[in-house]
Design a protein. Sequence first.
Length: 136
Amino acid sequence: MLPLRYQRRWQIFGALVLLGVFAATLIPAFWLWPNIARVSLFAFDKWLHGITFLFLAVWFSGQYAPRSYIRIGLGLFVFGIIIELCQRVVSYRTAELLDLAADTVGIAVGLAIAALGVGGWSLRFEERLARRKQSD
């Protein structure tokens, strides 16, 4: 992990984000989108998987050095597998390999964005916050 001032808070919030994503993937879809048509839900679902995992990859790349990006990617991929296995158990959700593929694309794009300079963003955020506190 990067030398963050608020390391514990970042970890707790990251765990809460993962828990929120996990919960959102296990509740009935119509609770979140009651008016969306079944046909458009399929495409929407794949985009949602990709964007969610892109966000997660960028989020965790903010707290870890680039040498950890492979582990972040593998961890998120395993998280995606766990989600699909849990969705298979509940009757109102379906487990799909295309969801896992969308997760993987999101992870790859998120880590590519991180590698292009966005990674470590939380350290820069903390530095900006510290400068702001000093000027107050």
